[in-house]
Design a protein around this ligand. Structure first.
Ligand SMILES: Nc1ncnc2c1ncn2[C@@H]1O[C@H](COP(=O)(O)OP(=O)(O)O)[C@@H](O)[C@H]1O
Ligand SMILES: [Mg+2]
Length: 308
């Protein structure tokens, strides 16, 4: 076993009927690392997470989670992992304390009252413990859910789109908390749709149609995409944008505020495509930075074309 890796799995594969929804996925996550798991809906994020935490048996693949065999030691893995499911929610008509008590009993924490009191205190919710969970704001609900997932002091936290529908300030606070936990040695694998959240991870993995298309730091993934970006300043006419989109070498044209990002793989072709615009009055073309969004759109389009 590799102690430095909290997750070390290879070839993870899951089929539902004839469909392969997770296809030969490798994933390595170091202890204390925060890894973001990105990809369009239906690409296999939840299924992968469920295989890692021992809830779903892989059809193929091997490796370890927390040093335990992912194929044969799922019961032990489950005990040491905190898993926050997609659209996780509490019993809205139970109080905050009652909800936490329920979770504490589920994990057979002993004594229950002490575990609950400690969690309430950590959240700063002791004075509100008798409030119904349903009356909490979205941000507080997320914090409570997170606290419940780590009540049994797991070593690995699996979060499945934990911040979907949460406002930006609450998301920021949620991420501050994740970083605090990781600083204390907890390993975190978190699926998300948000680009800004990807930037907050130590590393990311991008999955589409069951295939892991890229892993690495955000910078590595952007560089590895081979995309080149130019930024066009100035007002282009709709016809000019359409003709740019139709030009060979131009893969993406996307407005970013008052500018236009023009993205492609072949620098020479891209420069040639932009050459006529450079001569226009009031238009300026300069090299830009490729955004993670540009990269993901390329991945998604490519995966869609292969699947079609
Ligand atoms: N229990 C299941 N039975 C059949 N198909 C499933 C089941 N769970 C998930 N799927 C299918 O597997 C694919 C991947 O789903 P999922 O892992 O939930 O993707 P994501 O979390 O990335 O949105 C989807 O097409 C989904 O419909
Ligand atoms: Mg999902």
């Amino acid at each position: 076993m590799s102690a430095a890796l909290a997750i070390d799995v290879r070839g993870m594969t899951k089929r539902f009927g004839k469909r392969t929804v997770v296809d030969d996925v490798d994933l390595a996550v170091a202890t204390g690392e925060i890894v973001g798991f990105l990809g369009p809906n239906g690409s296999g994020k939840t299924t992968t997470i469920r295989m890692i935490c021992g809830l779903l048996r892989p059809d193929a693949g091997e490796g370890t989670v927390l040093g335990l065999d992912v194929r044969t030691q799922s019961a032990e893995i489950k005990r040491q992992v905190g898993y926050m499911t997609q659209r996780f929610s509490f019993y809205e008509d139970l109080t905050i304390a009652e909800n936490l008590t329920f979770v504490a009993r589920l994990y057979e924490l002993d004594p229950v009252d002490e575990a609950v009191a400690k969690t309430l205190d950590g959240l700063g919710l002791t004075s509100r413990k008798d409030q119904l969970a349903g009356t909490l704001s979205g941000g507080w609900k997320q914090r409570l859910a997170l606290a419940a997932c780590i009540m049994h002091q797991p070593k690995l936290l699996l979060l499945d789109e934990p911040t979907a529908g949460v406002d930006p300030k609450a998301r920021r606070e949620f991420w501050d908390e994740i970083h605090r936990l990781a600083g204390d040695g907890l390993t975190v694998l978190v699926s998300t749709h948000y680009m800004d959240e990807a930037e907050r991870c130590h590393r990311i993995g991008y999955i589409a149609y069951g295939r892991m298309l890229a892993t690495g730091t955000v910078e590595e993934v952007v560089r590895g995409s081979g995309l080149v970006t130019f930024v066009v300043h100035g007002a282009l006419k709709p016809a000019q944008i359409r003709s740019l989109e139709a030009t060979d070498g131009v893969e993406q044209v996307a407005p970013f505020g008052a500018t236009l990002h023009v993205v492609g793989t072949d620098r020479g072709k891209l420069e040639a495509a932009l050459e006529p615009l450079k001569r226009e009055a009031g238009i300026k073309v300069e090299p830009g930075e490729t955004s993670l969004e540009d990269v993901f759109i390329k991945f998604m389009t490519g995966a869609q074309e292969r699947a079609a």
